[in-house]
Ligand binder design. Structure first.
Ligand SMILES: NC(=O)c1ccc[n+]([C@@H]2O[C@H](COP(=O)([O-])OP(=O)(O)OC[C@H]3O[C@@H](n4cnc5c(N)ncnc54)[C@H](OP(=O)(O)O)[C@@H]3O)[C@@H](O)[C@H]2O)c1
Length: 333
């Protein structure tokens, strides 16, 4: 039988958005414990931009030429041992790569059912940002009701998911962005207050004092790196948790043991993509248990910045790279 073909985004060589191509390649075949998903929409992420630039190779087993780490679509085929999914079910999830394509083969325990209230585009805007923020805030930082959270790059996909997850926990989220409009937009999703700052973070100290009544932040979700960690360590509450997720402004910073020790701070670095299959299954299943119900009842809302077709993949990368986005860039496939 001839192998079936599909269209996929392709990185023929490392470089800017202009290097991207759409190629016709062989469709994957699901292994016995996997399903084949007909991808209908997929989110675009910083990881895809970095992969295209040659700075973030995908984990073993995923081709370096094929970007795409999240997807929403319908089950097209099931492997011989798959019992939990049927053809036609609407599913979404995270993968190590190759999701910007018409078809994707994925382990059956790495997908979750899309709530009926979300269309393909909305569903595609969920997995990466809500799984990352849920794992960081609810699981690792053990955020509790009444606590305060500081989120930088608050208009980012992960940032705005974190704001909503904080509100859903009855915690208060405060945010920083370089773009003042994004602070105002984030307030519509539950941001208690925020401040627009660029390179100079001096004004953050007074804001932190005001927002937390002098107690300091219980949790800091660092999506930016650069000068943030060393600045914010002085603004943490006793037993505060600093969770390091991104390095857009740089990966080197100085922390001072005086603050870490006297405040008994907990520091956590985290990344999803390189986790083992078992760890990814665990994170997907806890997302399905704890986040899906709140997505289904409309408490949490996917935030779409813009939608492009697969043929407009270059434009989609340019849009995300512009740093002008609020929420997610999604590709319809
Ligand atoms: N560890 C993990 O598992 C994991 C998972 C997902 C994402 N991440 C990381 O989390 C971060 C956010 O991801 P995302 O997909 O939500 O981002 P996004 O939607 O692409 O938004 C990023 C925003 O960050 C701001 N920004 C960009 N460069 C900056 C800089 N040098 N200094 C300060 N702000 C800057 C920009 O907004 P303004 O300039 O308007 O503020 C930009 O729009 C990224 O670092 C990403 O790599 C990590």
């Amino acid at each position: 039988m001839p192998l079936e073909k599909m269209k996929a985004a392709w990185i023929p060589r490392f470089g800017g958005p202009e290097v991207l191509e759409i190629r016709e390649i062989v469709r994957p075949v699901p292994s016995p414990d996997s399903v084949l998903v007909r991808v209908r929409a997929a989110g675009l992420n910083r990881a895809d931009l970095l992969q295209r630039q040659g700075k973030y190779p995908p984990p073993p087993g995923y081709p370096a030429e094929m970007p795409g780490i999240e997807f929403a679509g319908e089950v097209a085929e099931t492997g011989a041992q798959v019992r939990s999914w049927k053809k036609g079910q609407r599913v979404f999830g995270l993968t190590g790569g190759a999701a910007h394509a018409e078809y994707l083969a994925i382990h059956e325990r790495l997908i979750a059912e899309i709530p009926p209230n979300l269309d393909w585009k909305q569903a595609a805007a969920v997995p990466e940002v809500f799984i990352t923020a849920h794992d960081a805030l609810w699981q690792q930082a053990e955020l509790r009701r009444g606590e305060t959270v500081l989120v930088n790059a608050v208009g980012s996909g992960v940032g705005i998911a974190a704001v909503q997850l904080a509100r859903a926990m009855n915690a208060r989220a405060f945010g920083v962005s370089r773009t003042p409009e994004k602070i105002e937009q984030a307030k519509q999703y539950g941001l208690a207050d925020g401040i627009a700052l660029r390179d100079n973070l001096d004004e953050l100290a007074a804001a932190a004092e005001r927002w937390t009544a002098g107690k300091g932040f219980d949790v800091f979700l660092d999506l930016v790196g650069g000068s943030y960690p060393s600045t914010v360590q002085t603004m943490m509450a006793l037993k505060g948790r600093m969770i390091f997720i991104g390095t857009m402004a740089g990966s080197r910073y100085e922390l001072d043991a005086r603050y870490l020790m006297s405040k008994r701070l907990c520091l956590r670095g985290t990344v999803l993509r390189s986790r083992t299959l078992e760890e990814k299954i665990a994170v997907t299943q806890s997302f399905a248990r704890e986040v899906l119900p709140v997505l289904a009842n409309g408490t949490l809302r996917p935030v779409l910045d813009s939608v492009f077709s697969l043929g407009e993949i270059v434009k989609a990368h340019e849009r995300l790279e512009s740093n002008q986005t609020f929420g997610k860039v999604v590709i319809e496939i």
